[in-house]
Design a protein around this ligand. Structure first.
Ligand SMILES: Cc1ncc(COP(=O)(O)O)c(C=O)c1O
Length: 373
């Protein structure tokens, strides 16, 4: 079945590229003796998760409770929920954990500990919990040098309803890097800060079993994982134009594209319109800090050859492409199709309920995506 028979816009996933991306990361972690607990937030798809955990023990990382439950129902029942838990979700999390091998929760506040303790006590459970530490991103997590971290860790360790597993950090600031050397330096500080914090807790007499770090850029470029017990990258399964822009991967490695139809050709305006607008591609600004002209994705033809087109505008259902070389007017007509590597595959993928799986340019399968958040 040819791509041109598909209703557009739709999400294409190249199976061989996912296979290669996930095999490379699994080998990388394995070679350094670090467990891989891949994040599944990018694809939210069981088939892609199965490729990610190959060679590792099957544990995954999720970004929502509903997503964790959906994956558990598909056999991935060792899950870390790597977002600080909203207290209102504590009871549901404890209930969900009863049917799972492990549902690890994350906290950085007393309010979340209060809620987890109350829910676990009510159901007679002991819940595994990790403490989030801020390794420099400045989003969530305790200050590794402050007093709150050791105090919260002690609280977790002393609770009869909580199994304090260890510490978890995420170097999301690696996305702001402009060079690979910067990513290498952030990967090292992600490691050093998180391991240092774990050692500080150990010096206080606490047992810290897990030291968990990971983002795609730092997992790709990090050189030393001494003291780290697990890596949690996720985006690398698909990669995207952002990751290619900051040097985490080549454009060729990007596994997810949005197939879109040309719905307008306007040589007078040097413009082509497609049916992938903001609800087809999402509206992530992309790696503008390294390429101000990156637009909203990378435009390819059906054989994945780059096209001289830039996605300059997105309204709800229209993609506005500016033409960089008028040669495209010779081939692109209304009804032609192009594919676009989105800037942020995690957000673009979330706009679709399934992936059309391709291999060698042929449609070979369909993979369901979690309908839940
Ligand atoms: C806590 C946490 N861990 C791991 C990841 C995976 O990072 P990446 O998306 O760069 O692979 C994320 C992504 O947002 C995250 O928030």
């Amino acid at each position: 079945m040819s791509l041109t028979t598909l209703a557009t816009p739709c999400a294409l996933v190249d199976r061989d590229r996912v296979d290669a991306n996930t095999a490379a990361m699994a080998a990388r972690a394995g070679k350094r003796g670090v467990a891989l607990r891949p994040h599944v937030k990018t694809h939210k798809c069981a088939e892609a998760a199965a490729l990610q955990v190959r060679g590792h023990d099957g544990g995954i990382t999720a970004s929502t409770l509903d997503g964790a439950i959906w994956f558990a129902q598909r056999g991935f029942d060792d899950v870390t929920l790597a977002v600080p838990l909203a207290p209102v979700r504590a009871e549901a999390a404890v209930v969900a954990s009863e049917g799972m091998k492990r549902l690890g929760l994350l906290i950085d506040s007393d309010a979340a500990v209060d809620a987890i303790e109350a829910a676990a006590r009510a159901r007679g459970r002991i819940v595994p919990v990790q403490l989030k530490v801020d390794c420099g991103y400045g989003r969530a997590g305790v200050n590794p040098e402050g007093d709150d971290g050791p105090r919260l860790a002690r609280r977790l360790a002393d609770s009869p309803h909580i199994d304090f597993e260890g510490v978890l950090a995420h170097a999301g600031h690696s996305y702001a890097s402009t060079t690979v050397d910067e990513v290498v330096a952030i990967a090292e500080s992600e490691r050093a800060v998180t391991v240092g914090f774990a050692d500080r807790l150990r010096a206080d007499g606490l047992e810290v079993r897990t030291v968990s770090v990971g983002s795609t850029p730092t997992a790709v470029h990090g050189r030393d994982w001494t003291g780290v017990t697990e890596l949690r990258p996720g985006n690398y399964a698909f990669f995207d134009a952002f990751q290619a822009g900051i040097g985490s991967c080549s454009t060729d490695a990007c596994a997810m594209t949005v197939l879109t139809s040309v719905i307008g050709v306007h040589p007078g305006r040097n413009q082509v319109l497609t049916d992938a607008g903001a609800l087809g591609l999402s509206k992530d600004a992309g790696p503008r800090h390294v390429d101000p002209d990156c637009g909203y994705g990378v435009v390819l033809d059906l054989d994945r050859r780059p096209l001289p087109l830039r996605v300059v505008g997105l309204s709800q259902e229209h993609g506005e492409l500016s033409v960089l070389d008028p040669v495209v007017f010779d081939t692109l007509k209304v009804g032609s199709m192009v594919q676009i590597i989105p800037n942020h595959s995690c957000l673009a993928a979330a706009l679709y309920s399934q992936y059309v799986v391709v291999a060698g340019g042929e449609i070979v399968d369909r993979w369901e995506r979690s309908p839940r958040r």
